[in-house]
Design a protein around this ligand. Structure first.
Ligand code: SAH
Length: 252
């Protein structure tokens, strides 16, 4: 076999790999390059799709937290995505939300919300509002939610949709979440939805004792870490592999 055939074989393998549908529960393929302009039909049965998402993507894969399942059964995920992607709003994958960012796969949102063990009296900090979908889930679970987004246009959009859906317990701020949001600290839970290489110290400082932090860590290979702050220090648990957009350091 000469080099020409070897290159063709490699290309074919790559194409096959790229076309393979995502059925891995653990992986969030947050590729911002996806492009699929298609008008949705206003008659689409989003409620039915939402029920199926909860049954087959969440409950069937081991998400047991009843409050998380109830929140995701209720929140209209279709309202958080661009109209051209709306027909795919309940699919088992992340979707583009503009500015090279994505809305996470439903399973990942449910997983992060469950392992954060949020109670109704909690104050929660989220880093990376994006389109605001995870923020809304947190808004259903906690008493107060503070969310920081570094891209001003996304922060504005998130704010608008969350206020349209009447979430009065959520505040969104434009800024670098690496610094957290000192004004409302300490937080009972902190959820980070963009991946830094190391855990920002400010986010450890702003976590309450007995509080839980859920954060994807790493560059290309990332894993979700669940950290609990005890009186004696941080207890760190490495959990599932994921792909999140990297955490940025500069206000755009
Ligand atoms: N929570 C979203 C996921 C958004 S993707 C969901 O529900 O699907 C990650 C988001 O983190 C992007 O919107 C990105 O702009 C934001 N981000 C990246 N670095 C950040 C930083 N340093 N501070 C705040 N937000 C950041």
């Amino acid at each position: 076999m000469n080099f020409g055939w070897i290159s063709i074989a490699i290309c074919c393998c790559c194409i096959l790999l790229m076309c393979k549908p995502s059925n891995a529960a653990e992986l969030s393929f947050n590729s911002p390059r996806l492009h699929r302009p298609r008008a949705y039909s206003p008659t689409e049965n989003f409620e039915g799709q939402r029920k199926q998402m909860v049954e087959y993507q969440l409950r069937a894969r081991g998400i047991k937290d009843k409050r998380v399942l109830a929140a995701m059964s209720k929140i209209p995920r279709d309202q958080f995505v661009d109209p051209s992607w709306r027909d795919l709003a309940y699919c088992d994958r992340p979707l583009p939300i503009g500015h090279n960012q994505t809305i996470s796969q439903p399973y990942i949102v449910a997983y992060m919300s469950s392992v954060a063990r949020i109670s109704p009296s909690d104050r929660v900090l989220e880093i990376g509002t994006g389109c605001g979908y995870q923020t809304a889930v947190l808004g259903e679970l906690a008493k107060e939610v503070y969310s920081v987004e570094i891209i001003p246009q996304l922060a504005d959009r998130g704010r608008k949709i969350l206020s349209k859906l009447d979430y009065k317990n959520i505040e969104v701020k434009t800024g670098d979440g690496y610094q957290g949001w000192t004004e409302h600290a300490p937080y009972d839970a902190i959820i980070v939805t963009a991946a830094p290489e190391h855990i920002p110290q400010s986010l450890i400082d702003q976590l309450a004792v007995n509080g839980t932090k859920v954060i994807p860590l790493g560059t290309w290979y990332q894993q979700i870490y669940v950290l609990t702050k005890t009186p004696d220090g941080m207890v760190k648990e490495k959990t599932i592999p994921v792909r999140f957009v990297p955490m940025r350091r500069k206000l755009l």
